[in-house]
Design a protein around this ligand. Structure first.
Ligand code: SAM
Length: 233
């Protein structure tokens, strides 16, 4: 029998690999069984027990990238970030079942990330199928809007590599323009990763093999999957 949302919320609160913030006004993390967790600038020492580089997966949903990358790269650490605890539960449960000590999960609004990471604490960012917010009036909510690029630069320092995988061509095109105006170095821009694979025999990066829940839904509708990789100035 599948678990209810409430069951998932309760279980997530008892997981040793998940942290949650419940307040915009006074952001603060709690970990297993509601214990306060002070992790800003201390994820390596206080959670992972090592100083290995940290990759964030933003808008992670069920966190297929956090889990998939943690399997592929045991020498790195990964944190999936999403506001929805019942979605993060899937990734956190999977990581526990597989003993993936290099994967952790953070339930918060992404706009608050500077409260939970120290400057330069993040080494790399994946953004997987974010909500596209196509209305012009909502453009500042897109995770590649300049205010988020500034936030990423603060968390990661200059030179951080950001990957965007989406099914939404308009978000891809807008992001391409926005990051270039921002002064980012463009490393890859593919409007159809499967067409790229047919032509070159492989995806632009092997990590693109990892499928996500929303990716499957969009592929079933026949949509092309796009990929952007850029390095922030
Ligand atoms: C379309 S889903 C994609 C989920 C997953 N990456 C996938 O591909 O299946 C977008 C996700 O972004 C999350 N999200 C949107 N805005 C957010 C924000 N400001 N902070 C945290 N999560 C956010 C939503 O909760 C949702 O799970």
């Amino acid at each position: 029998m599948s678990k209810s949302k409430l069951d998932k919320f309760a279980e997530l609160g008892a997981f040793p690999n998940a942290y949650q913030n419940f307040s915009y006004a006074q952001p603060a993390l709690v970990g297993k069984d509601g214990a306060p967790a002070q992790l800003q600038g201390a994820w390596g020492e206080a959670h992972f027990g090592n100083a290995r580089p940290i990759t964030l997966e933003l808008a992670c949903g069920r966190a297929e990238y956090t889990v998939g990358l943690a399997r592929r790269f045991p020498e790195r650490n990964f944190i999936g970030v999403d506001i929805k605890g019942n979605r993060i539960w899937f990734g956190a449960r999977q990581a526990l079942d597989e003993g993936l000590d290099n994967a952790a999960f953070l339930r918060t609004d992404i706009t608050l990330l500077d409260c939970f990471f120290g400057p330069g604490e993040v080494a790399e960012i994946w953004i997987t199928f974010p909500d596209p917010y196509l209305k012009k009036s909502k453009a500042r909510k897109r995770l590649t809007a300049p205010r988020f690029l500034n936030l990423y630069r603060q968390l990661a320092g200059p030179g951080v590599v950001v990957h965007l995988k989406t099914d939404e061509r308009r978000l891809h095109d807008w992001s391409l323009e926005t990051v270039q105006e921002f002064g980012a170095e463009l490393q890859s821009a593919e409007a159809d990763i499967d067409a790229f694979k047919r032509e070159h025999g492989a995806y632009p990066v092997p990590e693109l093999e990892i499928p996500t829940y929303y990716e499957r839904l969009h592929r079933d509708l026949g949509k092309a999957i796009t990929y952007l990789r850029f390095c922030l100035p």
